[in-house]
Each structure stands twice: as structure tokens, then as C-alpha cells.
Design a binder for this molecule. Structure first.
Ligand SMILES: [Zn+2]
Length: 307
């Protein structure tokens, strides 16, 4: 089968020299060229009405205009006039992939899910929370009754968790190797800096965790999603930053381990008969080709699972 994958050159705003390799989205798209299992498509941008379902008018206005600057740059990226159009497009990519997955069973967007973004400010390079905007737009349209986020980025998805309590139709599971709070990552996860709730749960991977610990966490976590209530759609954050060479990662996960993570996540959704759309999430290895390799291997896993 063909995996429709949403990409747009406008995803990348000019953010200067930044730890976040914004060129990676285009590099992944280039890496998919000629892949018969993948069809690249361009999404429509999110509307301001879509954004207002999740974010405050003051924050949206700040990102649009650049003022007040501290709020416009609360996600720790330099503001430019191109920022607002780019984050509307990336959010549109996530929404388009979610809609496509409801039709096809699987889809992807070459965007980040922006799981650190809160209602009234950004954090951790995340401007608007595309995962929750997608959940809200689909729920309001009656396209889904329940939706779950499986977040396997290295970092705890604190923004999504902050937005979950007001949304009984959303479940967030974050399997993380760095805790995250107020724009700060915490490598030592032995102290938990957040509180789980009935529809936002988390599982920490202790420093040094490898494949066995990761798969065990998935085996423990995935049934929690079904126990909460069978979702009509899974949004999967397939982060590249758990990779062992990533500067933030205290985990011992290599390319094969992350490919196995993706295969398990996708195969689980398929076996349960739940559509799944994935996004790329973080990845900061200095050699960006290693980040791109992690993201491309998710497509290999998907091709294997959905062949
Ligand atoms: Zn991350």
C-alpha cells in the first residue's frame, strides 16, 4: 500500500543557527524520493480558528506579529515573519495526516508534533501543539470520538499533558527518557517532575535503558490506551532524540532498536484495527544525517507492517 506523507517546503522557517535541525524535514523528503511505498502530498495550513481551539488569542497574535517578543519567542526560537506561516503549515501537515489515516489506516507528516506547546505559550522549540489542535478539530467535526497520542520522543510531553485534562476525548501516553518542565529538560528521571492524570500517563525510561527496557515500557503502556477507551485514531510521535548519539539522550538505543520501536508501535495499531498517523518529533544529533536515518527507518518499518 501507499503511505501518503505530508510535506511542504514552507515547513522550515529561517531560525538561523539553532540546535533544532530545521533542514531535516526537507532531507527526509529527499530521502523518500523514488520510494514507491510513499506518496508525498502538500497540506493546507491550519486556520486561525483551528489554532484558537487550543491556544489563546494573545499567544496566537504574538506569534503572528512578533509582539510581545518574549511571548512570540517563548518556544526558544527567533521570531521572523515566516514563523507564523510555517507553523500553520506544519500543524496542517499533522491534521492532514490524521485525516488521511482515518481513510487509509496509516499516514505520516514530515513535521514535529510540538508536544511542549501550552495553551498560552510555547516551550522547547514547540510553538503550537499540532497534536492537540488535530485532536480538537477532528473531535469537533465528529470525525473521531476518542484519540490517543503515543509520544515516544525522548522528552516528556508536558504541553500535551497540560492540555489533556480539559479534553476527555484525548489520551496522552508519554514514554520518555528526559523529564521536561518549564522550558527545561531533566536528564535524571529518578525524580518525576510532573503529575499523571486519568487521561495523561507517563512511563520513564531510566538512564542507560536499551531495547529490552523500551519494549517493556511499550508492553506496559499500550494496554493503558485501550483500558482508557479504544481510540478511533493514534497520533504517534516517533522522535529521533532517544538515539544513543543524541546530545540529550541518556538511553542506549541504536538505529535497529528505534526501528523495532516503530515496528512495534505500528504493528500494534494495525493489529488493534486502529488507524495511526505519525510525525517526526525531535532529533538533535550533530550529524543531521543520523537524525534523518532514524526518521527514514520509520518508513521502512511502516512498509513492512502495512505491506
Ligand atoms: Zn524531544
Amino acid at each position: 500500500m501507499t503511505i501518503t506523507t505530508y510535506y511542504h517546503p514552507g515547513y522550515a522557517a529561517p531560525i538561523g543557527d539553532h540546535v533544532m535541525p530545521i533542514t531535516k524535514f526537507g532531507m527526509v523528503a529527499d530521502g523518500l524520493a523514488g520510494n514507491a511505498a510513499v506518496r508525498l502530498a502538500e497540506p493546507e495550513p491550519l486556520t486561525e480558528a483551528d489554532l484558537r481551539r487550543v491556544h489563546t488569542s494573545e499567544y496566537i497574535e504574538a506569534v503572528r506579529t512578533g509582539e510581545p517578543r518574549a511571548l512570540a519567542e517563548s518556544q526558544k526560537m527567533s521570531w521572523s515573519p515566516e514563523l507564523f506561516p510555517s507553523v500553520r503549515l506544519t500543524g496542517g501537515g499533522c491534521l492532514a495526516a490524521a485525516r488521511r489515516a482515518l481513510e487509509d489506516g496509516v499516514s505520516a507528516a514530515l513535521v514535529s508534533g510540538f508536544h511542549h506547546a501550552h495553551a498560552d505559550h510555547g516551550e522547547g522549540f514547540c510553538t503550537f501543539n499540532s497534536l492537540v489542535v488535530t485532536a480538537d478539530v477532528l473531535h469537533a467535526a465528529g470525525a473521531i470520538r476518542r484519540i490517543a497520542v503515543l509520544d515516544m520522543d525522548l522528552h516528556y510531553g508536558n504541553g500535551t499533558a497540560s492540555l489533556a485534562p480539559a479534553r476527555p476525548y484525548l489520551f496522552n501516553l508519554s514514554i520518555y527518557g528526559n523529564d521536561y518542565d518549564r522550558n527545561q529538560a531533566f536528564r535524571d528521571v529518578s525524580t518525576v517532575r510532573h503529575v499523571d492524570g486519568s487521561n495523561h500517563r507517563s512511563i520513564a525510561l531510566p538512564n542507560g535503558s536499551g531495547r529490552a527496557e523500551m519494549l517493556e515500557a511499550m508492553e506496559r503502556g499500550l494496554p493503558q490506551i485501550l483500558a482508557w477507551g479504544r481510540p478511533d485514531l493514534i497520533l504517534y510521535q516517533a522522535g529521533a532524540d532517544p538515539y544513543r548519539e543524541d546530545p540529550y539522550s541518556p538511553l542506549e538505543l541504536d538505529h535497529d532498536d528505534l526501528r523495532e520501536r516503530d515496528r512495534r508501535a505500528l504493528a500494534w495499531a494495525k493489529e488493534e484495527g486502529i488507524p495511526i498517523a505519525w510525525v517526526l518529533a525531535g532529533g538533535y544529533t550533530k550529524d543531521t544525517s543520523q537524525v534523518v536515518r532514524v526518521h527514514l527507518s520509520t518508513f521502512e518499518a511502516a512498509r513492512e507492517v502495512f505491506a
